[in-house]
Design a protein around this ligand. Structure first.
Ligand code: COA
Length: 328
């Protein structure tokens, strides 16, 4: 069973940070950021909470889908930067939009979140015949979790939200979800500090680089090495299940982390970069919102059209990776 995307929506915060703006915090310059990452600017939430961005994106998606919110049976939200540890952002969206008959929960697979969420929602739709529509929303404000003295990291991320309303269909579909927890130390943000005197049976907490709680740490080079392998692997693993190849795909919509990662993945898949939707130049890395924001923009400017085959491919902290192949 596949899915049909009925409508997509997005929200980008008003405030925009250019590369030059970062010169106020760190020793950097526009040329370095452009050539090493492909980023020129990114949006930054100032007054907008994550749930608010999620709500705006969801409203947009519901309006484009032209459905009654009362027919939504499931709300999932992906975010690594929720305003509340609990309740879930999905529960807030559900309340704010008056979606009365829905289950609601958050899902965290870091930057792979949208791919994980789409596949999870599809499974709900497949197994619960009474569920008509699922609302899936990604909303992120990584700007609040940056170390603005770490010039290799703070320049990469941006904020934003995007959402989709989906229903079951008999269109082509495949997915692959993967995880390698041994890479936890390469990309993480702590939510609370550990008590060193407390001994647990696992040594999992050992060996993490020092970083204050609520600040993102990344080993950029290691994450880069992981990403250039994970993107092609995730696509191929999903594609092989249904006997398609990269030549069958009209558009690749990858996680927007670094233009060089996208170019290397394209080379590995023997696909022209022209078949990749790229928005990193004006969005930066918006974590789980990056893939749906890119897809939403491609729908709005008419690049992606009905009947085309799309490969959504993500990777992120965990380390997680995954791909969903759909027909739009
Ligand atoms: N401005 C200027 N110089 C910078 C800089 C910045 N913003 N950030 C780092 N540098 C410097 C480094 O200090 C280093 O200087 P040195 O040679 O004097 O030590 C030099 O640039 C090269 O650093 P390096 O880390 O090797 O650069 P890089 O080409 O690997 O690019 C990243 C760094 C972070 C852009 C790149 O590794 C990357 O994109 N990794 C993946 C990160 C990612 O995708 N994370 C999210 C995953 S969901």
């Amino acid at each position: 069973m596949g899915i049909n995307i009925l409508g997509m929506g997005s929200y980008l915060p008003e405030q925009i940070l250019t590369n030059d703006d970062f010169k106020k915090f760190v020793d950097t310059n526009d040329e370095w950021i452009r050539t090493r990452t492909g980023i020129q600017s990114r949006h930054m939430s100032g007054w907008e909470p994550v749930w608010y961005m999620a709500k705006q994106a969801a409203l947009d998606a519901i309006s484009k889908a032209g459905i009654d919110p009362g027919d939504i049976g499931l709300v999932i939200c992906t975010t690594v930067t929720p305003d509340f540890l609990t309740p879930s952002t999905a529960s807030i969206i559900q309340y704010e939009l008056g979606i009365e008959n829905a289950a609601a929960f958050d899902l965290n697979a870091a930057c792979s979140g949208f791919v994980y969420m789409m596949d999870t929602a599809r499974r709900f739709l497949e197994t619960d015949g009474s569920m008509k529509y699922a609302l899936i929303v990604s909303s992120e404000a990584l700007s609040r979790f940056m170390d603005y003295e770490d010039r290799g990291t703070c320049i990469l991320f941006g904020d934003g939200a995007a959402a989709a309303v989906i229903e079951r269909s008999d269109k082509m579909y495949s997915s692959f979800l993967g995880s390698d927890g041994s890479g936890a130390r390469k990309l993480f943000a702590r939510n609370c500090s550990v008590a060193p005197q407390v001994k647990v049976e696992s040594d999992f907490d050992d060996g993490f680089p020092e970083k204050p709680v609520h600040q993102l740490y990344q080993d950029g080079r290691e994450v880069y090495k992981f990403a250039v392998k994970a993107l092609p692997k995730a696509f191929r693993s999903a594609a092989e299940k249904i006997g398609v190849t990269s030549a069958d795909i009209d558009w690749f919509i990858p996680h927007q982390a670094n233009i060089r990662i996208i170019e290397t993945a394209a080379k590995s898949l023997e696909v022209s970069t022209d078949k990749f939707i790229v928005t990193i130049d004006h969005h930066g890395n918006t974590s789980s919102a990056s893939i749906p924001l890119a897809l939403c923009e491609a729908l709005e400017n008419g690049r992606v059209t009905r009947g085309q085959k799309l490969a959504l491919v993500g990777f992120g902290a965990g380390l997680t990776y995954g791909s969903v192949i759909i027909e739009y």
